[in-house]
Design a protein. Structure first.
Length: 87
């Protein structure tokens, strides 16, 4: 599956869902930027900059969704947990 993903990613940069998820997983788990660059050049994952943009986009979407829920007038509850939210 990884080989097929690498071939597809090398052929068409817009089909990068698996490399995007791999890059996000590796970056969150502490992979160094040098290793990320090597894997990105090998089409295994996306670049570190792309992962940072994704994390920022996910955080902004979560904040917007939370504001929308609070302003909706429906009942909601707030739960605090040790979930890492990227801001």
């Amino acid at each position: 599956m990884m080989a097929i993903s690498m071939l597809i990613f090398a052929r068409n940069q817009s089909t990068n869902i698996l490399p995007l998820m791999m890059g996000l997983f590796l970056k969150i788990n502490g992979m160094s930027s040098r290793v990320m660059a090597i894997l990105s050049n090998a089409s295994v994952c996306v670049s570190g900059r792309t992962v940072e943009r994704l994390k920022k986009h996910i955080s902004n979407d979560a904040v917007e969704y939370a504001v929308e829920l609070v302003n909706s007038g429906h009942l909601f509850s707030t739960i605090f947990d040790n979930i890492n939210i990227y801001l």
